[in-house]
Design a protein around this ligand. Structure first.
Ligand code: SAH
Ligand code: SF4
Length: 382
């Protein structure tokens, strides 16, 4: 097995509460509920203050201590001195023409930028509760180096902190609350490899899930991964019914290793074994993402091999075919619609559900998993 050039086994040490500071003040948005309580207790406050502050931050979208009227004036003043509730700065957002997709570009406090995408299930003029899905980033760039992906080409700039992950959802929730809409689903399919930033992503999951906060159910969260096998086992052991999506993209190891260096470390069989365990432990079907590249991985034979692989590993699965979005300087071509249909038919004939990803927000370049900062910057120059 060839050594993987990427630092994917690099485990970050868990960061303590004392390290979660911004501008010299305790960053309350970067703390889990129990950590917030502990911090308040150490500042001489009763435990229940934590729940009050959490409600202000996540249920009401408030960042200013001055507005938290159920806290005493003295406490509000002390919090102002000791603590901070930061937010990502929205640089701009663009809406697609049919209004079903909006792309957000956020500036990070210590430099760098990330994108998130909001997708509506129904047109705003339609009746019924407005439920929204959000696609978020977990890192600035990505270390995994997949050769078809804009983030892979960029390389890893840095991991996001817990609050920088959660705040993408919170900012979007705050901006749609007045229209009676609510973020109901979150997918980790923006910039980065979520399982490479495991600790912060799992902490973010707990905050997103808070019932007196954003209240996003574990079943409505999807983590997409290129296949970090040890972290898939770790996630299976957490006991959360989170939906797992695997970026498979090839059925033969030689091709997959070429497209995705991670496969040189954990090959297809090792990955599928981990998926089987995930499926059994969580009771959830696993989604397999498959980008279709013209003449590279889109033959009917490969579709049949995909079926054999999934059946051999007895994984309850869904296949999601993704039309590839071109990336500058990358020599692939997206498959013809006919080839996509043929591939889909072969998989479906086996009884495995197979969908083709809808290209939401194509006019604003907001296809989830293909967030292209560079294009947005170019647009800004015009
Ligand atoms: N790193 C994770 C999650 C982010 S990428 C992962 O790889 O799963 C989310 C999805 O978008 C992945 O399935 C990824 O392979 C896919 N993707 C990356 N670049 C793409 C492109 N140019 N066109 C279409 N899908 C792309
Ligand atoms: Fe990273 Fe996913 Fe892109 Fe691969 S496809 S480089 S893992 S973001």
């Amino acid at each position: 097995m060839t050594a993987n050039p990427n630092p994917i086994t690099f485990q970050r040490l868990p960061r303590s509460t004392a390290e979660r500071v911004l501008d010299g003040r305790q960053n309350l948005k970067d703390l889990l509920p129990e950590e917030l309580q502990e911090w308040l207790i150490s500042a001489g406050q009763p435990r229940y203050r934590g729940a009050q502050i959490l409600r202000w931050i996540y249920a009401r979208g408030v960042e200013d201590f001055g507005v938290m009227t159920d806290l005493s004036k003295d406490l509000r003043q002390r919090l102002n001195e000791l603590a901070i509730i930061p937010s990502l700065t929205l640089r701009r957002s663009i809406e697609s023409q049919n209004k079903d997709t909006r792309k957000y570009l956020f500036d990070l406090p210590n430099g760098g930028e990330i994108e998130s995408v909001q997708m509506r299930y129904q047109h705003p003029e339609e009746k019924g509760p407005g439920r929204v899905a959000v696609c978020i980033s977990s890192q600035v760039g990505c270390a995994m180096g997949c050769n078809f992906c804009a983030s892979g080409v960029m390389g890893l700039k840095r991991h996001l902190s817990t609050w920088e992950i959660v705040d993408q959802v919170l900012q979007i929730q705050n901006s749609i609350r007045d229209q009676g809409e609510r973020v109901a689903n979150v997918v980790f399919m923006g910039l980065g490899e979520p399982l490479h930033n495991y600790d912060e992503v799992l902490r973010a999951v707990q905050l997103l899930n808070l019932s007196n906060g954003l209240g996003i159910g574990m079943r409505h969260l999807t983590i997409s991964t290129s296949g970090l096998v040890p972290q898939i086992y770790q996630l299976a052991d957490e006991g959360y019914p989170i939906r797992l999506a695997i970026s498979l993209h090839a059925v033969r190891d030689d091709l997959r290793s070429q497209m995705m260096p991670v496969n040189q470390r954990w090959n297809i069989a090792t990955l599928l074994e981990a998926c089987g365990v995930y499926c059994n432990k969580t009771g959830r079907r696993v989604t397999f993402e498959y980008i279709l590249l013209d003449g590279v991985n889109d033959s009917e034979e490969e579709a049949a091999e995909l079926v054999v692989l999934l059946e051999r590993h007895k994984i309850r699965s869904l296949v999601n075919l993704i039309p590839w979005n071109p990336v500058d300087g990358v020599g692939y071509k997206r498959s013809e619609p006919r080839a996509i249909k043929r591939f889909q038919n072969v998989v479906e004939r086996s009884g495995i559900r197979c969908t083709v990803r809808q290209e939401k927000g194509a006019d604003i370049d907001a296809a989830c998993g293909q967030l292209r900062l560079r294009d947005l910057k170019e647009r800004e120059k015009v």
